[in-house]
Design a protein around this ligand. Structure first.
Ligand SMILES: Nc1ncnc2c1ncn2[C@@H]1O[C@H](COP(=O)(O)OP(=O)(O)OP(=O)(O)O)[C@@H](O)[C@H]1O
Ligand SMILES: O=P(O)(O)OC[C@H]1O[C@H](OP(=O)(O)OP(=O)(O)O)[C@H](O)[C@@H]1O
Ligand SMILES: [Mg+2]
Length: 280
């Protein structure tokens, strides 16, 4: 039975469970449950603190887990990134009061507050910067105005927390994070490959829609240049002489622009439908 770690609370928890449900797995119904067995898929889910998940997977005590890239790096775990799950996107950055420092090099000799000491120490060592890292549990943006630190290093999503604390980002992002499926590359197995394929199916279904339209056969080349699909578009004859029906997957983010262009070209009966799931 495959054993998988799922975040039990916080930002990652709800979207992780939602994605697993969409991939056909049973999930807990009570937020306080710590384990959920999905007998029909031969999988057992363990609900754990997101920060601990890389440790369980890295040690091999659990086969797979869902966690953030920043949390994986912070844990210094030997677990591998198997799939980017495309939610909980954020960057991890330094920030300070605007007048105090403007470049990463100026962090040398300063105090850096963070709840991700693993990420920060690694970055500082890699860039030859010596600074004092102060580990805090959270709300680190307060550390500057309270005099505990000169710089913070934390997750930035909208930037609202930094602005409220009167801080400005310093330098480029230390890393770009999102939710990941992690595991041990060395223990690739058929059940793991199947779970990865199921999650890939959910990702594709979220990113793409199915576009169908009718177009004059002499415009087919121009139309399919706009909708090349993933492999190749499906083209079927129409009862109406000289016209064909085309079906192709297109990126959800591009669909409106493509529909406008198809309409301008002369395509009609342009229909968009959602994809529930797929195996490509
Ligand atoms: N606005 C956000 N706040 C916090 N974490 C975020 C945000 N957006 C994305 N993330 C990502 O979510 C993960 C952190 O989730 P986690 O559940 O550990 O913390 P949390 O949601 O801040 O909960 P808490 O701080 O209450 O423990 C990280 O990978 C982080 O990059
Ligand atoms: O850029 P924003 O959209 O403002 O989001 C980022 C903020 O959200 C998180 O804090 P959280 O609410 O998790 O509190 P914590 O610091 O106690 O973890 C994170 O640590 C930042 O402080
Ligand atoms: Mg937090």
């Amino acid at each position: 039975m495959l054993r998988i770690a799922v975040p039990n609370k916080g930002t990652l928890s709800r979207p992780a469970a939602e994605m697993l449900r969409e991939a056909g797995y049973r999930q807990r119904t009570d937020e306080r449950d710590l384990v959920c067995r999905d007998e029909s898929n031969d999988v057992e889910f363990f609900y754990l603190r997101p920060r601990d998940i890389a440790t369980y997977v890295g040690s091999g005590d659990l086969d797979l887990g869902i966690t953030g890239r920043d949390l994986l790096v912070d844990a210094g775990s030997p677990a591998d990134e198997l799939l980017d799950l495309d939610f909980a996107g954020a960057s991890f950055r330094f920030a300070a009061a605007p007048a105090t420092l403007t470049t990463v090099e100026q962090i040398a000799g300063r105090r850096v507050a963070t709840s991700f000491p693993g990420v920060v120490n690694r970055y500082l060592a890699h860039n030859g910067i010596e600074a004092e890292v102060i580990r805090l549990d959270g709300a680190v943006e307060n550390a500057v105005r309270l005099g505990v630190a000169d710089v913070v290093a934390d997750v930035v999503q909208t930037g609202a927390t930094l602005r409220q604390a009167g801080l400005a980002v310093v330098g480029d992002p230390i890393l770009t994070s999102s939710a990941l499926l992690i595991g041990r590359d060395s223990v690739a197995s058929a059940p793991v490959a199947q779970l990865v394929r199921r999650l890939q199916g959910v990702l594709v279904a979220r990113r793409y829609v199915m576009l169908a339209y009718d177009v004059r056969a002499d415009l087919l080349e121009q139309a399919t240049a706009l909708t090349p699909g993933i492999e190749s578009p499906t083209v079927s004859p129409l009862h109406r002489e000289g016209w064909v029906a085309v079906q192709a997957m297109v990126l959800r983010t591009d669909v409106h622009k493509i529909m406008d262009e198809l309409y301008d070209l002369g395509a009609r009966a342009i229909l968009v439908t959602g994809i529930h799931n797929c195996r490509l």
